[in-house]
Design a protein around this ligand. Structure first.
Ligand code: ASP
Length: 323
């Protein structure tokens, strides 16, 4: 009898300890790794989300930029971090393209992470340095084709969204260009503004201010139709049929993160997305909020799975690999 009671007491106290551990989470700042340089589009959305999540979560989320190799260095770091809820990854479409692009990848997107929820989908813009004299997408494409040995394409490394967009662009134009990799499109934008690189595809979350301020030349958007933010820009598909790419973002925890921690983070993410300040910032930057069913762990995982399946054959056909 005594034995039985003490066993029950032990179970109750373990359950209470687990409950109070969750109630106490987070007990210290949470590190959110953005796998690109500071000041770029993933960084901007990651920081806005981190700030909006801190209130519902009751703790601070601190963004750390770990750029390089198209986002794979930062993602690999989080894959090897303890699953304790204190290291998270805020990444984009690159999580789905890296497995096909890299012969050696030190993480498995579907096995090494638990998606917490998808946040926004961001269209890209085709932009060029301020000195560019062409005035529309047709002229720019003709200019690139005619000067393919002189024109270079900036990107954030193999596996980045700008790399994928540039790859699709070169395929659609049947023209190979020299690419210039940066640790993120924040620094790539600085090089473009200075006229040190020629052309780039980048998310509206980095390009809206520069386009509206007349600092760079913009030619097209990569969404299927026109964007409300840039009614003057045509979809790139009007020149290169079928061209469409959107940069979705997901927040991840490393595998082995306890389910109750994931649930708590998921709830905070959903509350943060509803925050009017978050919504208006995303609207201003041309980012579209993910539907509610994608703002869940299961919905984000199915998005990641579907995108891995979508991009693998396209990348294999382009015969592009990185080591
Ligand atoms: N926009 C970048 C990309 O091309 C990454 C970044 O700096 O956020 O993937």
């Amino acid at each position: 009898m005594f034995k039985k009671i003490s066993k029950i007491a032990a179970i109750v106290s373990i359950t209470m300890a687990a409950g109070s551990a969750l109630a106490a989470y987070p007990e210290k700042p949470i590190s959110v790794i953005v796998p690109f340089a500071a000041g770029g589009p993933t960084d901007v959305v990651g920081r806005t989300l981190a700030q909006a999540m801190s209130k519902p979560l009751g703790g601070s989320l601190v963004v750390e930029n770990v750029g390089g190799a198209g986002g794979t260095i930062g993602a690999g770091k989080v894959a090897r971090a303890p699953g304790d809820g204190y290291t998270l990854l805020f990444h984009h479409i690159g999580m789905s393209t890296a497995p096909a692009l890299y012969r050696k990848l030190d993480f498995k997107p579907l096995d090494d992470f638990i998606p917490i929820g998808a946040v926004v989908d961001v269209p890209m813009t085709l932009i060029a340095k301020p000195q560019t004299t062409q005035t529309n997408a047709k002229e720019l494409i003709a200019h690139i084709r005619a000067n393919k040995d002189k024109i270079n394409l900036a990107n954030a490394g193999v596996g980045s969204a700008s790399h994928l967009c540039g790859l699709l662009l070169q395929n659609a134009m049947k023209t190979d260009l020299t690419t210039v990799p940066f640790s993120g499109t924040g620094p790539a934008m600085t090089a473009l503004l200075g006229g040190n690189v020629d052309v780039m595809c980048d998310q509206t979350t980095n390009t809206t201010g520069q386009i509206k301020g007349g600092k760079i030349k913009a030619f097209a958007v990569t969404s299927k139709g026109k964007l409300a933010t840039f009614p003057e820009l045509p979809p790139l598909a009007s020149e290169l049929p079928g061209f469409e790419v959107g940069v979705w973002h997901i927040l991840y925890a490393p595998k082995n993160t306890p389910a109750d921690v994931v649930n708590k983070l998921q709830g905070a993410l959903q509350t943060a997305i509803k925050d009017p300040a978050f919504q208006s910032k995303m609207k201003e930057l041309g980012a579209e909020i993910m539907p509610a069913d994608r703002q869940t762990s299961a919905g984000a995982k199915s998005l990641l799975q579907a995108e891995i399946t979508k991009w693998a054959p396209i990348i294999q056909a382009a015969k592009i690999y990185a080591d």
